[in-house]
Design a protein around this ligand. Structure first.
Ligand SMILES: Cc1cc2nc3c(=O)[nH]c(=O)nc-3n(C[C@H](O)[C@H](O)[C@H](O)COP(=O)(O)OP(=O)(O)OC[C@H]3O[C@@H](n4cnc5c(N)ncnc54)[C@H](O)[C@@H]3O)c2cc1C
Length: 434
């Protein structure tokens, strides 16, 4: 089967690439019959990850200017630079407008996350399916691409059942997390076959498993406004936010945000410690001063009472903090030795919660790593290794924060890939199809 454009992967990036390619072809005066666009999707339906995103509610993008999105959503400058062009090509407003044209109204929450007003991810998929139909895109479902090569300017892609040939190939196969949704890294192998360097995929936006696992009485406890730090040898990375204690370790926004850096440290070091700062808003000097005041003015009060008054210290944690500090829970400020006071100060801001046991790649909302950004032209998404090969979406080595940034990056890079194809009215079909 021959097509002008073949897209492997019917997720957020692949769908947008197909829609944008049709838009460009029509703008260039090419009628739909004269320019075929095929999407190969191994699942029975496109958009499996969109369906489960945001807990089924689909946090489709984030509110703000493009610059705000880039800075808030992506920590690394290389990623910000790489994504800027695509975000301007197809912005958060463009996503909302596209959905709106199919009667899917979107709403922004106070935290900036944008969802379909119905809170149903399926509505987003239905809107994209309608747009694909309007764009005369053929979607072949149940077709898993297993290999691809290029000869005499033509790409030849083998699926488990068919041979597809095309002049332009777009790889949009996603990352490697949640492999049950179809993302098992096929696209990375295909990209590597075209000469791309693949940065080893690591977990991101993932829970962190600890050893020893937290005591069962702490599982389910949530901490607000705490500092979370991972430390290996001299390197340490921190976040402030909400943390959730699980049976196996930690999760929650601060953990998910930190997990990519934690996974990188864990990859390189034998031992990565996880620490909690229960009082991140107070400097260690200010805490020292406060404790001295408590010793002088509240000598009859127990240390436990002070800890119970802190919003960021759940009472279930108090015995563990006291034990790590080596301080009796019923100790009164007036009786606290200098050594115990210093130990308590230190423990409250550097509580060692455990050592990283694993950061599961398959349980992350996304995977970090993938095709190296420097091998892809950020203004077109075209491969710098192979002409007419385009790469987009989570397959690339970028990772966004929680908040709709990852779907937006997939939509934007997919759109840019589709609209960057060289589509001219005057062209020859390759004669020599291999
Ligand atoms: C549980 C969960 C919740 C999430 N929630 C959000 C959220 O609320 N907001 C947000 O912004 N991001 C969220 N994300 C992340 C977001 O879904 C992804 O980053 C985004 O979908 C990536 O888009 P993509 O098109 O690059 O890849 P995908 O959406 O993964 O699409 C890739 C497609 O390629 C197909 N494919 C793979 N290999 C082949 C092959 N060999 N042949 C044919 N087809 C193939 C796959 O089946 C898949 O459909 C979430 C992720 C998960 C796992």
């Amino acid at each position: 089967m021959f097509s002008d454009v073949l897209i492997i992967g019917g997720g957020a990036a692949g769908i947008c690439a197909a829609i944008a390619a049709r838009k460009k072809a029509r703008e260039n005066g090419i009628d739909d019959k004269g320019f075929s666009i095929i999407v190969l999707e191994r699942n029975p339906r496109p958009g499996a990850k969109i369906r489960i995103s945001g807990g089924g509610k689909c946090n489709v993008t984030h509110r703000g200017t493009v610059e705000e999105l880039i800075v808030k959503g992506f920590h690394r400058e290389t990623e910000q630079r790489f994504l800027r062009y695509s975000f301007y090509s197809f912005s958060n407003q463009d996503v909302r407008d596209l959905l709106g044209r199919h009667d899917v109204r979107t709403v922004a929450r106070v935290d900036g996350k944008v969802f379909p007003a119905t809170g149903i991810a399926g509505d987003v998929i239905r809107a994209f399916e309608k747009e694909l139909k309007k764009s005369a895109v053929e979607v072949f479902t149940g077709e898993r691409a297993v290999s691809a090569e290029k000869k005499s300017g033509v790409f030849r892609v083998l699926t488990e059942k068919t041979v597809f040939r095309a002049e332009r190939l777009i790889l949009a196969t996603g990352g490697v997390s949640y492999p049950q949704t179809g993302t098992t890294g096929d696209g990375l192998k295909i990209a590597s076959g075209f000469g791309h360097t693949i940065k080893k995929p690591l977990a991101a936006l993932a829970p962190i498993y600890l050893k020893p696992a937290p005591f069962s009485m702490l599982a389910g406890v949530s901490l607000r406004g705490v500092g979370l730090t991972v430390r290996a040898e001299k390197k340490r990375v921190s976040r402030i936010g909400e943390l959730l204690i699980t049976h196996k370790g930690i999760s929650g926004p601060a953990c998910l945000s930190l997990s990519r850096e934690a996974a990188e440290l864990f990859e390189a070091a034998d031992k990565v410690e996880v620490m909690i700062d229960f009082l991140p808003d107070i400097s260690s000097e200010a805490l020292k001063k406060l404790f001295l005041e408590l010793v002088s003015n509240q000598g009859g009060q127990t240390v436990r009472k002070f800890l119970r008054m802190q919003d960021s210290i759940p009472s279930a944690f108090i015995p563990f903090i006291m034990q790590q500090a080596g301080v009796d829970p019923e100790e009164k400020w007036g009786n606290l030795t200098k050594k115990a006071r210093l130990s308590l100060e230190h423990t409250l801001q550097n509580y060692v919660f455990g050592v990283v046991k694993a950061i599961p790649l398959d349980a992350g909302e996304v995977s970090a790593g993938g095709v190296m950004l420097k091998e892809v032209n950020r203004r077109t998404q075209e491969s710098r290794r192979c002409e007419n090969l385009f790469l987009c979406g989570e397959l690339l080595d970028y990772t966004g924060e929680i908040g709709g940034f990852n779907l937006q990056a997939a939509f934007s890079t997919g759109w840019l890939a589709g609209s960057s194809l060289s589509i001219s009215r005057y062209r020859n079909k390759p004669a020599d199809l291999f």
